[in-house]
Structures are given as structure tokens and as C-alpha cells.
Design a protein around this ligand. Structure first.
Ligand SMILES: CC(C)(COP(=O)(O)OP(=O)(O)OC[C@H]1O[C@@H](n2cnc3c(N)ncnc32)[C@H](O)[C@@H]1OP(=O)(O)O)[C@@H](O)C(=O)NCCC(=O)NCCS
Length: 195
């Protein structure tokens, strides 16, 4: 896949390993890595397993993303999401704060919703970092990558009805509420943004 760097209006990313000028300076990035004002993103790899296991073992962080996962389940998750990168050229990134601390994971990935192949944005942060605007920052970046760089026709966000913070993040990122459905026994809402 070829992804061209573009002049950014929000100072977030560039692709293609190019140096691009943005509102907040020059950034070097590729699909494997990008950075936002407060976060760096690295394509998911085996070295991220321990951090992901810890994130997925936190009941609060996991509450609206399918519940606590065992280390074995997270290992399978990592393998599946690395395969997603190999197959599609995009997927999940591990996020770090600028001082290098693990912050969470986020990405763009295929998902089957009511038998339709959709592409969602997803994000989850360690609890100590909630409430600092990081999810909004990364949702904006993912949306820019998905719509402008990957030229996807639309992106969705699937959120448990009760997950007010994530719903707010999508609304702030200009996603529109499309419909409700039930997924794995949970009531969820689907938001969408179109290119
Ligand atoms: C949901 C989550 C990603 C939000 O991350 P965050 O970095 O705290 O989000 P932000 O700070 O960017 O924005 C949160 C917004 O929701 C608002 N908010 C927080 N709790 C809320 C609630 N219960 N109901 C409604 N809005 C809420 C905040 O005030 C903020 O809006 P504002 O900027 O207008 O004030 C984070 O809590 C998380 O990682 N949760 C666990 C994983 C998860 O649920 N992921 C999403 C799956 S769809």
C-alpha cells in the first residue's frame, strides 16, 4: 500500500516516511509509526505483549471492551492483530506518552457488524491517563489516517451504550450516531463518519 504524506491541518501525522511540515513543527512518520502532540504510536509487535496483558487485566479499562482477558487471550489477540497488519497494511498501534510510558493501544481495523464488513476505529488507555484528552487526540489522528491517507469511504465506532466517555470522544471527532444493535449480548451504538 502506498500512503502519501499530506499537509495536516491538525499537526498530527505524516505517512510514507517523509518529513512534513505541520502546524506544530516537522514530524517524521510512516504507517508503522506516527505521533500526535502528546502520544507516539508504534505498529503492534511481539514486544508489546506484557503491556497489553496488563491493560487487558484491568477490570475498569476492560469493562467496555469485552471484559478482562487472560494473558493467553491477549497473546491470541496480539497474534490476530499483527496478522491484520500483514493482511491489510493497517491495524492497531501501541501508544506511549512522550516520556515513553505505555499509554494504551488504538487503531483502525476490519470488523464484522451484523454480517457487514466495516472498518472501525478503536482505542483503550491505561486508567491513570484518562481525562486528559488523549482519546480525543488519537481518535482525530485515526480518523485522519483512515479517511485521508487510506481513503476509506467511512469509519465507524462501536460503543457500549453506557460508555459515555467514548461516545463523547466520537461525537467530538464528528462521528454521527447511526443506529443501535446488540453485539455479543451487549447493547451497543454505532457511530459513523464519511469521507
Ligand atoms: C473511553 C476512553 C478511551 C476515554 O479516554 P480519555 O482519554 O479519558 O478521553 P478524553 O479525555 O479525550 O475525552 C473524554 C470526554 O468524555 C467526557 N466524559 C468522561 N466521562 C464521561 C461520561 N461518563 N459520560 C459522558 N461523558 C464523559 C469527558 O468530559 C471528555 O469530554 P470533554 O472533552 O468534552 O470534557 C478511556 O476511558 C478508556 O480507555 N476506557 C477503557 C477502554 C474503552 O472503553 N475504550 C473505548 C471502547 S469503544
Amino acid at each position: 500500500m502506498t500512503c502519501r504524506a499530506k499537509q495536516r491541518h491538525d499537526g498530527i501525522i505524516g505517512l510514507d516516511n517523509t518529513q512534513i511540515a505541520t502546524g506544530s513543527g516537522r514530524h517524521s512518520a510512516s504507517m508503522d509509526r506516527f505521533s500526535t502532540d502528546n502520544l507516539t504510536a508504534e505498529r503492534l509487535n511481539e514486544s508489546h505483549l506484557a503491556d497489553l496483558v496488563a491493560l487487558h487485566l484491568d477490570p475498569e479499562a476492560s469493562r467496555y471492551i469485552g471484559g478482562v482477558r487472560s494473558a493467553e487471550a491477549t497473546e491470541k489477540y496480539l497474534v490476530a492483530n499483527m496478522a491484520h497488519w500483514d493482511q491489510h497494511g493497517f491495524g492497531l498501534w501501541t501508544l506511549r506518552t512522550k516520556d515513553g510510558a505505555f499509554a494504551g493501544r488504538a487503531g483502525i481495523r476490519h470488523i464484522l457488524v451484523d454480517d457487514v464488513d466495516e472498518i472501525e476505529i478503536a482505542y483503550a488507555f491505561t486508567r491513570n491517563l484518562w481525562g486528559r484528552g488523549f482519546a480525543s487526540e488519537i481518535a482525530t489522528a485515526l480518523t485522519q489516517i483512515g479517511l485521508s491517507q487510506l481513503e476509506l469511504p467511512s469509519l465507524i465506532g462501536i460503543v457500549y451504550v453506557a460508555n459515555g466517555a467514548s461516545r463523547r470522544v466520537l461525537e467530538k471527532s464528528n462521528y454521527l450516531l447511526e443506529r443501535s444493535t446488540n453485539r455479543h449480548g451487549e447493547d451497543v451504538v454505532i457511530y459513523r463518519i464519511r469521507r
